[in-house]
Design a protein around this ligand. Structure first.
Ligand code: NAD
Length: 568
């Protein structure tokens, strides 16, 4: 029904279609609304379906902006934009490209968290693919429907650990959709070549189970071997129908996230955003801190408060950067401390999960520490005794970085790096304005949520948001551009270093550690190039290319939100 027309260089110049006028208008990837030209209206039989005036995309964008601003509640803005996305995808992405700062917090975190919670009550129309445990025998048929459509990217979630808000069952679909939007906004992944998938394995959220409007499978989560077999069946089917796909795991629960990534990362090109993206951004911040403050890695001690999926994923990558700087792994580990519910993780504690074990401190090392209860060593005590220089929060404990903790960080080092990464804003470990005041403007800050700039002693401090959007879109674009077979540690390191090279902090302390989010496009492109080159260097790509060719490949894989002429 649709044929792409390309020129000699392979550029798309038009789409030829035999579809009816109604089918064209109902296809969000083809619909242009009032921007269909007079010739298109004539050729495609669109007269009568549209008001007479032919608009430019620019005037459409102006109207969308006006309608967007008329809605004052972020969730209403989110619903409005998702509606536009399902009606005219190209216009939606052009609007997003021109208003990145305003749009990202609406289609993605923090507002997407509200959208997830209200998924069943605000439901308008289905989008994406729903694979439920009950219908597992049909999974292969369902995925097979999309196999000839050429998919580059799949985002899959089971909705167990959404942002910092927990188990929202089928509502997780909105996270997959929001994340895909960020891929497309920041890196130009082709919206026709992506697939959001919800694995519905039930929910342990009693509020949802008690809600008669809940749209997911109304039972407790499938677990253990049944769960593992379901995931295995899913991966097998994905590999069968989409052999070159980049598979992104999103918001799985702590134990599943880690075990799934470990199980499949040597098998296909796969990535876990919670465990890997945040770590790449945080590592970029650490690299920028070390370089901008003209210190050595050996001068730093890193403390993680909240050693769950994100926390330990971040520590693994910062550790990798320390080792990459030339330090031995043991030496690097001796500078790392993790704190969870029962205080500092120490090797004589019971039931330390596998992923925390490398960071468990030996009890004997703490003999000289000044602590009130050795079986539960607090954050304040760790920061003071270890003389921490870098402090990161992934605990969802609001206000955990107390005045004492922050003041001690400022005593330990001239430029402490403090990153309260927990989302949403209400769960942040500290408010940037307090960190700035308590460190007299010296702290290097990255927060998990967006915060307004802070004025302090005549200087305005922009607050960097440790936004994964700097990383996962470019990493995905790079891997897709060279059809990478895996996502290696080397590709991840390349992404961190590239992001760090954009840090305004390098131009002087007092500047933000991350670039403004409206630079995400530029950052993504460079991240993609660095990742693609690294994949080729490691022999992990299906395409071989010189450094220059990689730039062209990445550019050729970028979709731009422009209307393409439609003809009969
Ligand atoms: P998680 O549940 O896996 O980890 C949270 C950890 O905090 C758990 O290990 C828990 O035991 C620990 N914890 C809870 N209360 C504590 C306390 N009082 N003291 C010490 N530790 C405590 O969740 P996660 O996926 O790792 O996410 C954690 C937070 O990080 C969330 O708010 C999430 O939104 C945020 N996060 C932010 C980004 C980002 O900024 N880009 C990315 C990923 C996750």
């Amino acid at each position: 029904m649709f044929t792409k027309v390309t020129d000699d260089s392979g550029q798309l110049t038009a789409i030829r279609t035999s579809a009816t006028a109604r089918q064209i208008l109902d296809n969000p990837l083809l619909n242009k609304g009032t921007a269909f030209t007079a010739e298109e209206r004539e050729a495609l039989g669109l007269h009568g379906y549209l008001p007479q005036e032919v608009e430019t995309m620019q005037s459409q964008v102006r109207r969308v902006y006006r309608q967007f601003k008329e809605k004052t509640d972020p969730i209403d803005q989110n619903i409005f934009l998702y509606g536009l996305h399902d009606f005219n995808t190209t216009l939606f992405y052009r609007f997003c490209a021109e208003h990145v700062d305003e749009v990202l917090p609406i289609v993605y975190t923090p507002t997407v968290g509200d959208a997830v919670e209200k998924y069943s009550t605000e439901f308008r129309r289905p989008s994406g693919v729903y694979l439920s445990y009950e219908h597992r025998d049909r999974m292969d048929d369902i995925l097979g429907r999309y196999s000839d459509k050429g998919k580059d990217l799949i985002i899959v979630t089971d909705g167990e650990a959404v942002l910092g808000i927990g188990d929202w069952g089928i509502g997780g679909m909105d996270i997959s959709i929001g994340k895909l939007m960020v891929y497309i906004i920041c890196a130009g992944i082709d919206p026709a070549r992506v697939l959001p998938i919800q694995l519905d394995v039930g929910t342990n959220n009693q509020q949802l189970l008690d809600d008669p409007m809940y749209l997911g499978a109304p039972h407790k989560r499938i677990s253990g071997e049944d769960y593992d077999a379901f995931i295995d069946q899913f991966v097998t089917s994905v590999e069968k129908h989409f052999p070159n796909v980049y598979l992104h795991w999103e918001d799985f629960g702590r134990d599943h996230a880690r075990s799934i990534l470990e199980r499949y990362r040597e098998q296909l090109c796969t990535f876990n955003d919670d465990m890997q993206s945040t770590g790449i951004v945080a590592t970029a911040n650490v690299i920028s801190t070390v370089e901008a403050t003209k210190t050595q890695y050996a001068d730093h001690r890193v403390v993680m408060f909240g050693a769950g999926t994100a926390g330990c994923g971040i520590m693994d990558q910062i550790l990798d950067a320390f080792v990459d700087s030339g330090m031995s792994r043991e030496d690097a580990l001796s500078r790392f401390y993790i704190i969870d519910r029962y205080g500092l993780v120490v090797d004589d504690m019971d039931g330390i999960p596998d992923f925390q074990q490398p960071y468990a401190r030996k009890r004997s090392e703490l003999a000289q520490w000044d602590v009130s209860d050795p079986s539960n060593i607090s954050l304040e005590e760790v920061v003071a005794n270890a003389k921490a220089t870098i402090l990161i929060g992934c605990s969802t404990v609001r206000g955990a970085f107390t005045r004492k903790v922050i003041e001690t960080m400022a005593k330990n080092t001239e430029y402490p790096a403090i990153m309260p990464l927990s989302n949403p804003t209400s769960l942040s470990e500290a408010e940037p304005k307090d960190i700035i005041a308590l460190t007299e403007g010296k702290a290097i800050i990255a927060a998990g949520s967006p915060f307004a700039p802070v004025s302090y002693r005549g200087h305005t401090y922009e607050i960097s948001q440790g936004n994964n959007a700097f990383i996962f879109p470019g990493l995905g674009l790079g891997a897709i551009s060279v059809k990478a077979k895996r996502v290696s540690d080397g590709m991840i390191r390349a992404a961190s270093k590239t992001l760090s090279s954009f840090s305004p902090l390098r131009k002087g302390t007092g500047n933000p550690v991350l670039p403004p989010i409206h630079n995400a496009n530029q950052v993504s492109e460079q991240v993609a190039i660095a990742v693609a080159r690294q994949a080729i260097a490691e022999g992990l790509s299906a395409i071989n290319a010189t450094d220059d060719q990689v730039e062209q490949l990445v550019a050729a894989n970028r979709w731009l939100p422009n209307y393409v002429p439609l003809t009969r």
